[in-house]
Design a protein around this ligand. Structure first.
Ligand SMILES: Nc1ncnc2c1ncn2[C@@H]1O[C@H](COP(=O)(O)OP(=O)(O)O)[C@@H](O)[C@H]1O
Ligand SMILES: [Mg+2]
Length: 254
């Protein structure tokens, strides 16, 4: 579903190249996302997915090319809550003396502003986010007591609670069971369909979302495919995309 009506795309990258050293990691990458689009970014390990999203959110500066978030360069984006980003590797300070519920509630702060009291809508968003990430039972637990995977789910819940207009998730919910995957899928679809958010999801495991995707982008240093899942199934092989390049859940789709 594409809800854009001639407004600036939520995200656009053109001609993006990047390297950490002499080896190019991204070459001439172009990506665009509009409101209400649910897009998967896939590709083999080391193909540049995490690097690309770090460039997209402004954590890395491309060697060439341009990135725009809501029509602005990433470092000029004023209302940061519009973009939710959950990195592949965890960056919560493990000894922070806070509970799961408290961390997730901070997802509302950029929207609330420090001067405003918590409203029922804030509480509802936090409750819903905890539920979606399968953390309802853990909300009063100290963050430090959680496993790495659970802590990543806390970051996902925090991002969901902020109800961003663009949500980028880098390999979330690795290793969670099918029921938790469905719950997570429902919360992403809710964000896309009810709030018109754009979602960019990197995942090897989320068969649960295969039917919900508008587009799949296959990255191998360059974008080798960008289109609907059915088209990938029909033309992928002729484009030189091998099953090994795709997560299992897309292979099954083909
Ligand atoms: N911080 C870094 N410094 C140097 N090289 C890196 C760094 N992060 C990733 N790379 C390299 O860049 C390439 C792309 O990595 P990455 O973006 O993590 O791929 P993916 O997320 O698709 O697995 C790999 O060859 C990886 O080794
Ligand atoms: Mg990665």
């Amino acid at each position: 579903m594409n809800l854009s009506n001639g407004v600036a795309p939520v995200l656009s990258a053109r001609g993006v190249s990047f390297a950490y050293g002499p080896e190019p990691v991204l070459e001439d990458v172009g990506v665009e996302l509009s409101s209400g689009e649910f897009v998967a970014l896939v590709g083999p390990n080391g193909s540049g997915k995490s690097t690309l999203v770090r460039v997209l959110v402004g954590l890395l500066t491309p060697r060439s090319g341009t990135v725009r978030l809501f029509g602005e360069p990433p470092d000029r984006l004023r209302r940061r809550w519009r973009v939710g980003y959950v990195p592949q590797r965890l960056r919560i300070a493990p000894d922070l003396p806070v509970t799961v519920g408290e961390v997730v509630a901070t997802g509302r702060l950029p929207r609330q502003g420090w001067w405003r009291r918590t409203r029922p809508a804030d509480r509802a968003a936090v409750d819903h986010a905890l539920e979606s990430a399968g953390l309802a039972d853990l909300r009063r637990r100290p963050l430090a007591e959680l496993s790495g995977g659970q802590q990543q789910r806390v970051l996902i819940a925090k991002a969901l609670a902020s109800e961003p207009e663009l949500l980028i998730l880098d390999e979330p919910v690795a290793g969670v069971d099918a029921a938790a995957q469905r719950q997570f899928r429902d919360s992403l679809v809710h964000l896309v369909e009810e709030h018109g958010a754009a979602v960019l999801l990197i995942s090897h495991e989320l068969g649960a979302v295969a039917d919900d995707l508008d587009r799949v982008i296959v990255l191998k240093r360059r974008v080798v495919f960008d289109g609907p899942p059915a088209e990938l199934a029909a033309t992928g092989v002729s484009l030189g995309i091998h099953a090994d390049d795709l997560p299992l859940w897309l292979e099954e789709l083909a």
